[in-house]
Ligand binder design. Structure first.
Ligand SMILES: [Zn+2]
Length: 451
């Protein structure tokens, strides 16, 4: 249930990706599951580019600012209470202090100029941040440790506000999006919304683009069953090698744009601090980076959709991206974007009735012979093919992909989307630093194919 209950992030038409941005925003209670473990409905994000007029941009900036002030005021109050040894301020109390009462003071009277829902939603964000932090501290939340909430800054590149149903935002018949106290925004609808949205967030990104991100509830759409199953080995020489022998070249979007980015960065560094030209240069750099990210996401969506459509079950190795991001290969690892890719496979599998499984990252997929099962010694990264004492000759990545498939199929718990732990190399996740084969270790990057 947990694995299925990820944040389902989606985007619009594959072809006009530059208009769309996927946002890693967590949606609580994003799916419902019946007693057979099947997904009944999911919440998706539908993102569209919006084009506010200069006047609307000013109103939006005001709303971003008010939401930020409320968030920061609330955070400050809770921090002060903690320093003074007072009890944790309840959500209701906090809302009274930083919204209702603050509006009556001279210093915060301008809070009344924006929709109250925007302010309440800023507080809701803070409460979620606190809940996640507490859950992480007490160990209820798995994964990386969550830091306590931080203050928002006027200089943050990404600004966002959220409107819920009770703010009475509305998609008008003429295709405009009506937001309280902001106006009717022009939206570039790249596809229709499947149902009535329950909330909408307005986001301004680093390159100055505006997006409307709707949360919409839809049912899953199982695809007709097929027999094929696939294991995928993710790497750097090839982005993916599949157990059926297909190799997908790494597109290296960031590397390709490197020359242009370098020039823009140089331009930026020569501008005087605080000047208008510097601001322009900052925007240019942000735009170039956004373009790289958009292209990568588009490419990944196409590939993940094709893989999910053609296979009933998909298994990948659970790579430690955070760890690898600290190695010499960091730039290439982040350029590859494995985590967002496997995330796409996961939610698409859930949506289209496919099986998705991650194979434990300590599973020796590279070193194990896929024919006799013998685990051989460590291999240097430049070894592309090797011979097993049993007589088999293996392509390094293809062998790994076949092993990933076998390990995924062996674990029946995968049917519910659980993680595979083949037990061949029993090592706890917490041993990331001490495990000799740790893919996370800075010394070794075994299992990751690089030249
Ligand atoms: Zn062998």
């Amino acid at each position: 249930m947990n694995t299925l209950c990820r944040n389902f992030v989606t985007k619009t038409k594959w072809t006009c990706i530059a208009k769309i941005q996927c946002l890693p925003v967590r949606i609580p209670a994003c799916s419902a599951i019946n007693q057979h473990g099947t997904l009944l409905y999911v919440q998706f994000r539908y993102n569209f580019r919006v084009y506010p007029t200069p006047g609307q941009q000013i109103e939006l900036a005001r709303a971003f600012g008010c939401a930020r002030v409320v968030f920061n005021d609330a955070l400050r109050l809770r921090q002060q209470a903690r320093e003074q040894g007072l009890p944790y301020i309840s959500d209701v109390n906090l809302s009274k202090q930083v919204i209702t009462q603050a509006k009556r003071t001279e210093a915060r009277a301008w809070l009344g100029e924006v929709s109250a829902v925007v302010l309440q939603q800023a507080l809701a964000d803070l409460n979620t941040a606190y809940r996640n932090f507490f859950a992480s501290v007490t160990g209820k939340r798995k994964g990386r440790k969550v830091a306590p909430p931080r203050f928002r800054s006027r200089k943050d590149n990404r600004q966002a506000i959220r409107f819920t149903k009770n703010s009475r935002f509305k998609v008008l018949d003429n295709g405009r999006l009506r937001l309280p106290k902001i106006g009717d925004l022009a939206v570039r609808w790249s596809r229709p919304l499947p149902s009535d949205p329950s909330s909408v967030a307005i986001i301004r990104d680093a390159s100055g683009r505006y997006f409307a991100s709707f949360v919409v509830q839809t049912t899953d759409e199982p695809l007709p069953k097929t027999d094929s199953q696939v294991g995928i080995d993710l790497g750097l020489t090839h982005f993916a090698v599949m157990s059926d022998g297909t190799k997908i070249a790494a597109p290296k979007f960031l590397r390709r744009a490197a020359r242009k980015l370098k020039r823009l960065q140089q331009d930026l560094s020569r501008k005087q601090k605080g000047s208008a030209n510097r601001k322009k240069a900052v925007k240019k750099v942000a735009r170039a980076h956004a373009r790289v990210a958009d292209t990568r996401r588009d490419w990944q969506h196409k590939l993940s959709t094709a893989i999910i459509r053609d296979n009933q079950a998909v298994y990948v190795e659970d790579l430690c991206v955070v760890g690898l991001g600290r190695t010499r290969l960091a730039k290439s690892v982040h350029d590859a974007g494995w985590a967002s890719f496997t995330g796409m496979l996961e939610y698409k599998a859930a949506r289209y009735g496919r099986i998705f499984g991650r194979v434990d990252r300590w599973f020796p997929s590279t070193r194990m012979c896929s024919q006799c099962g013998r685990i051989n010694g460590k291999m240097a990264l430049n070894v592309r093919s090797w011979d097993c004492p049993c007589g088999a000759t293996h392509d390094r990545d293809l062998n790994a992909a076949i092993n990933v498939l076998a390990a995924g199929q062996a674990d029946k718990s995968n049917d519910r989307g659980a993680h595979v732990r083949p037990g061949l190399v029993p090592a706890a996740r917490g041993e990331a630093v001490t495990h000799p084969d740790a893919a996370c270790s800075t010394r070794s990057v075994e299992g990751i194919s690089v030249l």
